[in-house]
Structure formats: C-alpha cells, structure tokens
Design a protein around this ligand. Structure first.
Ligand code: PRX
Length: 654
C-alpha cells in the first residue's frame, strides 16, 4: 500500500503537512505547481480555455468577461444547454452505456437501480416533454421537493433541457419552508414524491408538499411513486409521474440558452429570517462545475463518485448532479440514513459499489469516528482513492482519523471551502499537488483570487486572521443575484468592502506564503448545524410564531459532533407558565416551521433577555454564556441581573 509521504513541519506543535504520492501525481489531471502561476497571469483567458475545452457551445461567446461592479458576466452571448452537455455529448461516445447514476435505496432488501447515460438521457427527454405538456416554458420556475432518488437528477436536467429554472428544496424541510420558497420563486409546477424511507420509516412527503403548495402559484404537482404510501391527489392539480411518463415522447430538443440565462435558484439562509434565492446562471456555472469536479476529485472514467450531500444543498447540485455528469462520470446516490440499519451501512455501500471518491461533511466524520473503527474493519475499503470534506471547518483529530482509518493513509483528504453563492469549490488543495494540511483548506482554485482583510480593508499578514474576500475576475460560477432582491445582493456581498470585493462572511487565517488558507467559521448570524446552513433569525421567527412566545433570541453553541447547535432563549407572554410540555411544544414548533435540522438543542425560558439601554438584545452575552466563556462587563446593560439569572439557567455543555 503506497503511503503518502508525511512531512512533519513542527512535530513539537503537532502540525502535519502531507504531500501527494508519486502514484497520485502521475495519475492526477493536474500535478504541476505552475498551473497556479499560469492561471494568475490571465485568469480570464484561463477560464476561456476551460469553457471551450470542456463544454460544447451551440454558438461561441463574443466577450469572455464583463464587469460592471457589483455585476459580472461570463461568456457573453454564448449559447449553451446544461442537459445537452451532461447527456447528449456522451451519447456519441463509449460512455453511452456506462452507469451515470447508481441508486442505493434505504431498505436493504430492495434492489439498487442503475441508470446508464443512455437511460438517463431517455428519462430526461421524456420528463422535459412532460413539463412542456403542462405548459412549462423557458424561464418558468419549477419546484423540486424530492428525496435522493434518480428522479431528482432527471427533473433537474429536464428543467435545464427546456430552459426552465429549477428550485430544489431539501426534502427534510417542512411544508412551511417549502411554501415560503415556492411563493418567492413563483413556481408553476412542483415535483415531489409520495414518500421516502428514513431509518426504516416512511416519511409522507406528499403531505408536506400539500402544505407547501397552499397559497402559491403552483398549478400542477407531479408525484413520483416511491414508497407506495397512501397519498391524497387533488383532482385537476396532482398527477402521477409514471402515468405522465408512460405517454411522453422520447425526443426533446435542448433549448439553446444564453450563457447568462438563469439555470437555477437555490434558497439559502442569510442573516435575516427570510431565506434568499441564490441565482446561478448557465455557462459560468457549468464551466466551474465541470472543472472543479475533474481537478479537485481527480475524476476519471472508472471512478464511482459518492457525494453524501442531499440534493437540496448546493453540494448536491454541483457534485451529485451537474459536475460529475458533465464529466461523464458515475455518481452514487443513497436514499437513507448512513447508519441504517446499522453503523456500517455506508461502508457496506462503499464496498458493494466500489466507491472510489467519497465526499462528506466533517459532522459525518466526527459521528463515524465516535462509533469506533470496528464498523469500518468489517469492510474492504480499498476501492477508495480520494476523500473530500465540505461545509464546515474540520478539526485536526477528525481529519487525521478520516485519513488514517477511512483512507488507509492512501487517499488524500481534499478539504473544499465554498458556499451556495460560489456554486462550486473555490479554496482547496489539488490532489496531484498538495499540500494537504489538516484544518487548512488550501489555495484558491487556479484562476481565482482570494484575500483576507482586516476591519478597514487592508490585507492581513501571514499568520493573521481576518475576513475572507474574493477579487475580480470572480469565478464564473459565482452568484449573479438574489432572486427578485438586488438590494439584498448588493448589501450582503458588496457593501462591506465596496462593490469590487466579494465579502464571504467567513473568518480565515493566512496560513503561509504559498497562499494556503485556514477557514475559521462564519462571522455573521449564520449557523452551520451538522453542515446545514441556518440563520439564527429563522429559528427566532419560527419560535415567535408560537402563541406563548413574547420574545426570543437564538444563538449558536459549539457542539463536538454537529459543529454548532441552536440554543434558544425565550421570554413567555404574560400569564403563560413554563412547563416541560411547553418546552417540547416550542421544539416541535421549530421542526414544524423549518424542519428537524433546526431543532434547538436547549430552550432556556427566562423572564427577560439581556438588553442595552436602547433596548437591543445583547447576543454577545448569550453567545458567551452558551460557550461557557466569561461574559465581561454588564454594567451598561438595562438589566444586568438577567445575566446572573441566565448563568444558572443555561444547562448546555457540549
Ligand atoms: O462558513 C463556510 C462553511 O459553509 C458556508 C457555506 O455554507 P453553504 O452555503 O451551505 O455551502 C456549504 C457547502 C458548499 C461557508 O460560508 N464552509 C463550507 N466549506 C467549508 C466551510 N468552512 C470551513 N471549511 C470548509 N471546507
């Protein structure tokens, strides 16, 4: 077994720096350090080569990059189609009968499903015709509220084939969450399923979809029969997927889209209670989805790529759909829980399907680590050759455990930093170049530039921390707008350091002269709960909708496995008495409004919240309390006695 050469930089300080093996270097698409310098010389030309080489355009662009701060365009006037590039191109090659999607259902006795590129092509064509027959046209929005079943990729690619804009909503989000997103997107059609399996139980997704479709512009709901549970179909509105598909013609011409036409919107949490629709356009997104998949994961034809992220998150969009399929690679998708029916389910899947690339969140790694090595030892994991992480900072122990026990010290660990807004990975090491440093994501992807600035906008020195920003030319797959809310686009990303500098809301440290970057976490009120992005304001909104809540504040507390968890401080309305029953109702309220991922770890009922004399809630104090840190000066507060009271009440320790 070839081992990665380990260079211990400073063993006294327990710092590790790993470099690629000779084998990795030989195999990798990119193994020359010079790629960074070459790309930096002329990033626009670098991306033009990538877009031309990797994708098939119906007609070429007339201008590669156009910048009118804070807006930018890529491959202006170029015509392209996402579904054509992900499917039709492979029909002309030996990949036609290669597996595109391997689907593993949660029930162990149910057979897997394999769709070749040819199968996927046929299904996408048919579903595109179904959408057309329901009146969906170029530019219309289609909601997709599906579990991890192949119909999700079919639906996404069918939308992109006819130029409809998909807006996928995480299937574990509540009906209420779906509704607010569908209202904002003004979706015409919703694609959902009867149900799906989660830990052996059937979740009735259609019932949630019905809540979500209420008071929206949704005219039709297409229902995939997945779990066979009983569902109510509304006459004239709801239609079975299989019935529509059985009559659909096989051929649907791909719509030539402008490079700057919208491909999808994906709602994500910002600092307010209202999620924002991140807008991604076609040509630029496809370019980065393709090349980051290829170079970051060293994706080859024989690979089986398992990205465990749900399709409802950007990671699922880019690495469990567009990116690998554009490369003609095989993706594995899994419906259920990683530890069902027992804790080696995921390793059983890796072994059974010969997964070569495994990409997951640090939360999952910390959870698996806690279960112990015996679950891995039952399985042959030698098919794995590359590991990835995403979504939150990874601690050194989890990184090293992943590297040693999952990767058997053969596989580089690629820690990828990116956001819903960036569309694809941006900061990570490349597998044939390295270095791989636990807790340090790596360098900017070739052709992109990041910096770390202090409060006044000056670049920090090496070893110092500050705020992560991106500089022009902005990566082609970056956010183009907030759906129907350009003001929010401008204020969120382009106001802190001006309209020429993209502000990420992440803290980071300049690690070394090579340009490596360590991410330290969000600097706003966005939490990463088990890798899922949520804002404290959303949880507050959900709680204040309950009749008994007068006021509340939610802060993120550190958690050993999930990274962060929400803790809620709640003031009840006069006349309401606190009880265990009420607390459990409040927890249920959050689950009902947002979904189980947002469940508060603790609800602290209090008579008042610490406030300044002008009435502003002092979140800094609440954060210190849940972190077990010293609270500091409270004399300027309107109600300093509250802090003493809360100190006794906060039971949360991680
Ligand atoms: O704080 C950063 C964290 O996740 C945020 C973006 O969340 P979301 O839009 O849900 O996208 C997650 C998947 C791309 C970032 O602002 N984050 C993402 N990747 C990393 C990370 N933090 C540290 N290290 C990472 N590798």
């Amino acid at each position: 077994m070839a081992k990665l050469t380990k260079w211990v930089k400073e063993d006294t300080d327990n710092k590790f720096v790993f470099w690629p093996t000779e084998e990795m270097k030989k195999r990798a698409w990119i193994s020359e350090e010079s790629i960074y310098k070459e790309a930096a010389k002329d990033p626009v030309a670098f991306w033009a080569v990538r877009a031309k080489e990797g994708l098939e355009w119906f007609s070429p662009w007339t201008e590669t990059y156009q910048w009118n701060p804070p807006y930018y365009k890529w491959f202006v006037n170029g015509k392209i189609n996402a579904s054509y590039n992900a499917l039709d191109r492979h029909m002309k090659t030996g990949r036609r009968n290669k597996p595109a999607i391997i689907w593993e259902p949660e029930p162990v006795n149910e057979p897997k499903r394999v769709l070749t590129f040819n199968d996927l092509y046929c299904e996408v064509n048919k579903f595109a015709n179904v959408l057309k027959s329901l009146g969906v046209k170029k530019g219309d929005r289609v909601g997709i509220y599906l579990p991890m079943i192949p119909e999700v990729q079919i639906a996404m690619l069918a939308c992109s084939r006819i130029g409809a804009v998909h807006s996928v909503v995480f299937s574990a989000f509540s009906g209420e969450s779906l509704k607010s997103r569908m209202q904002d997107a003004q979706a015409k059609v919703l694609v959902t399923a009867d149900g799906y399996y989660r830990r052996g139980k059937i979740i009735n997704l259609k019932a949630n979809a019905d809540i979500g479709a209420n008071d929206t512009s949704i005219e039709k709901i297409i229902v995939v029969k997945r779990a066979g549970n009983e569902v109510k179909l509304m006459e004239g509105r709801d239609l079975w997927w299989h019935k529509l598909m059985s009559k659909a013609p096989l051929d649907c011409k791909p719509e030539p889209m402008d490079s700057e036409d919208m491909l999808f919107t994906l709602y994500t949490s910002g600092t307010t209670g209202k999620p924002k629709g991140i807008v991604h356009h076609t040509g630029g997104y496809l370019t980065v989805a393709l090349w980051t998949s290829k170079w970051d994961f060293d994706l080859h034809d024989e690979d089986v790529f398992w990205c465990t992220a749900d399709i409802g998150w950007i990671t699922g969009h880019t690495y469990a759909c567009y990116g690998p399929l554009l490369n003609g690679a095989t993706i594995l998708i899994y419906e259920g829980s990683l530890d069902y029916p027992q804790r080696d389910r995921l390793w059983e899947i890796v072994e059974k399907h010969g997964v070569t690339i495994f990409y997951t969140a640090p939360t999952a790694i910390r959870m698996i680590l806690g279960w112990g090595e015996e679950w891995l030892e039952k399985h042959d994991l030698t098919s794995l050759r590359l590991l990835g992480t995403v979504g939150e900072p990874i601690n050194q122990d989890a990184w090293l455990w992943y590297f040693r026990h999952v990767g058997g010290e053969r596989c580089p660990v690629i820690d990828t930093w990116w956001q819903t807004e960036t569309g694809a990975t941006l900061i990570n090491s490349l597998p044939g170049i390295g270095p791989f440093i636990p807790t340090v994501a790596g360098r900017s992807f070739p052709g992109t530039t990041h910096d770390i600035l202090d409060e006044v906008g000056s670049p920090v020195k090496i070893g110092e921390g500050g705020y992560l920003v991106q500089k022009s030319p902005f990566a082609p797959g970056m956010i183009r707008d907030v759906y129907k809310d350009p003001e929010r686009y401008k204020s969120q990303y382009w106001s802190i350091y001006g309209d020429k500098t993209y502000y990420t809301s992440d803290g980071a440290i300049k690690w070394d002269e090579m340009g490596n970057i360590r991410l330290t976490g969000r600097v706003d009120d966005v939490m990463k709960v088990a890798g899922h992005r949520l804002s404290t304001a959303e949880v507050e909104n959900a709680l204040t909708q309950h009749d008994s809540v007068a006021e509340c504040a939610v802060v993120a507390a550190p958690h050993d496995i999930k990274g962060e968890v929400p803790i809620a401080f709640v003031v009840l309305k006069q006349g309401t008495t606190s009880s265990a029953d009420l607390v459990s109702k409040l927890v249920k309220q959050v689950v009902k409004v947002i979904g189980p991922t947002a469940k508060p770890e603790e609800i602290v009922i209090t008579d008042s919240l610490p406030k300044t004399r002008s009435g502003k809630i002092m979140r800094r104090i609440l954060k210190a309390l849940v972190k077990g840190e010293t609270v500091g000066d409270t004399t300027t507060l309107m109600n300093p006695e509250t802090v003493e009271d809360l100190k006794e009440k906060v039971g949360y320790t991680r």
